[in-house]
Design a protein around this ligand. Structure first.
Ligand SMILES: C[S@@+](CC[C@H](N)C(=O)[O-])C[C@H]1O[C@@H](n2cnc3c(N)ncnc32)[C@H](O)[C@@H]1O
Length: 260
């Protein structure tokens, strides 16, 4: 199996939260790299897999998406470390190419002529749906699914989402949506998605602190939240939620779901 090579950068997906949801290839790179640059949400247990003499650099970000270490600084560090002949594991939450700015890091490396490899990871949506036993797609009610960012105000100029299209499809998983979740639910209803559509919020998926609330879109639009929500969460919209273990609980009040 492949070990990390000198002068290379590996953009490795760490998976959604549970330490053992990294891929075998990702773990191998992590265990053999000279340097590990990691995001804020990487479990400590996983970092302990690095070589005892490896340099571990936290380049974590506040709010799961806003930069406290500048993105440019991360990219410069990756290039500098690789050019100094070290093998670099850039450990990123979920999958590096799903809302993780992995595309920007890959672009910077390519432009600098630094060899790199992307090792995919289980993204939060697939990890959370597996842990919560909700299918992402379903032959009867979910022929397609959209992974969307909920980071921007749905009424604001930075939001590039096509609300008519999302409401028509009706099967969407929003990342980074905790701030605008209510506004997103209202917007979907305004654009024609029935208020009775099933919805769910999953916080800290795949970790022992995972929590889930299952509701309707109308209830979310009416300001329903997980009390004291601080961890990363996903907002699921669509009838697939009703296929959670084949049961639908119209108002499952802040049930704790034990991670697998
Ligand atoms: C900047 S994005 C990075 C996504 C990551 N690259 C992936 O593929 O999952 C961070 C967002 O992912 C979601 N997320 C990450 N880990 C999560 C978890 N364990 N439970 C629920 N949502 C999570 C949240 O929506 C969070 O705001």
């Amino acid at each position: 199996m492949k070990a990390a090579q000198a002068g290379w950068v590996y953009l490795v997906g760490a998976g959604p939260g549970a330490a053992d949801l990294i891929t075998v290839r990702g773990l191998r790179i992590l265990r053999t790299a000279d340097v590990v640059l990691h995001d804020a949400l990487i479990p400590r247990e996983l970092l302990e897999e690095a070589r005892p003499d490896a340099e571990i650099l936290s380049v974590g970000k506040r709010g799961y998406c806003l930069g406290s270490t500048r993105q440019e600084a991360i990219q410069e560090a990756l290039i500098r470390l690789a050019r100094s002949g070290r093998s670099v594991c850039r450990l990123k939450g979920g999958d590096p190419y799903v809302f993780g700015r992995g595309g920007e890091e890959a672009e910077a490396l390519a432009q600098a002529g630094v060899p790199f490899e992307v090792v995919p990871g289980i993204t939060a949506a697939t990890g959370a749906c597996a842990a919560a036993q909700i299918p992402l797609t379903h032959r009867a009610v979910g022929p397609a699914v959209v992974l969307a960012t909920g980071h921007h105000d749905p009424e604001g100029p930075d939001c590039k989402l096509d609300w008519d299209a999302l409401a028509r499809l009706g099967n969407v998983i929003f990342y980074m949506a905790s701030r605008y979740r209510t506004a997103i639910a209202r917007r979907l209803i305004e654009h024609g998605l029935p208020p009775t559509t099933a919805a769910a919020v999953i916080e800290k998926a795949t970790t022992p602190e995972q929590r889930i609330v299952v509701a309707t879109l109308a209830e979310i639009a009416d300001d329903l939240t997980l009390p004291g929500e601080v961890g990363p969460s996903l907002f699921l919209v669509g009838e697939c939620v009703r296929h959670r273990q084949g049961l639908y609980r119209p108002w499952e009040s802040f049930a704790e779901v034990t991670a697998p």
